[in-house]
Write a protein that binds this ligand. Structure first.
Ligand code: SF4
Length: 185
């Protein structure tokens, strides 16, 4: 008899394929949607080509090509660092943010919203655990939400809303809800 583990893995695979195919039928490739989503959720320390490459588990070359296409279409902008001119940060443009209104992942979000609150909470925890186990097995990074990081300090001594004990910088209220390349569970 087919195990529950296999059924869960098959369901996740099927869902991934549905998402990928949905993206293909619209304006962008799946990886291009992933980049736009990532940039809309990542904090300022993580909006870099290197962090993005790690998040996607992709190669530098593939990510670079994807960024060129998105930039050429006016959906993202690259900014040089003020102090270190070699550093690059990536920002969504207004057009890129607008494009996210057509995100094919919205259909999946709608389907998830039809679960009741308890089902959503259980599913979120279960999927998070599966993801973390796979990340440990593949030496991947968590890219978790800042307020769940071990270095997140809810109160900053400088009077700012929050503080990062790792990077030793103040954090604003929106930072707490963003994902970070340095996140440590
Ligand atoms: S507290 Fe953690 S997640 Fe937040 S900015 Fe610092 S390292 Fe990143």
């Amino acid at each position: 008899m087919e195990s529950r583990h296999l059924r869960i893995a098959s369901l996740l695979e099927r869902l991934s394929r549905l998402i990928a195919n949905d993206g293909k039928h619209r304006r962008l490739k799946p990886v291009q949607w992933e980049v736009l989503r990532y940039l809309s959720r990542a904090n300022r320390f993580s909006r870099t080509p290197t962090a993005l490459t790690t998040f996607l588990g992709s190669t530098k070359g593939t990510v670079s090509q994807t960024l060129i296409t998105l930039e050429r279409n006016g959906w993202l902008a690259k900014r040089r660092g003020v102090e270190d001119k070699r550093s690059v940060s990536l920002e969504l443009t207004a057009a890129g943010r607008e494009l996210l209104d057509e995100d094919p992942l919205e259909g999946l979000q709608r389907a998830a919203s039809h679960l009741d609150g308890d089902q959503q909470a259980v599913l979120e925890i279960a999927l998070q655990r599966i993801l973390e186990e796979r990340l440990v097995a593949t030496a991947g990074k968590t890219f978790g939400i800042c307020r769940t990081c071990r270095f997140f300090e809810a109160h900053s001594p400088d009077g700012d809303p929050h503080r990062c004990a790792l990077l030793k910088v103040s954090l604003g209220v929106p930072d707490a809800a963003q994902i970070c390349a340095e996140h440590t569970p």
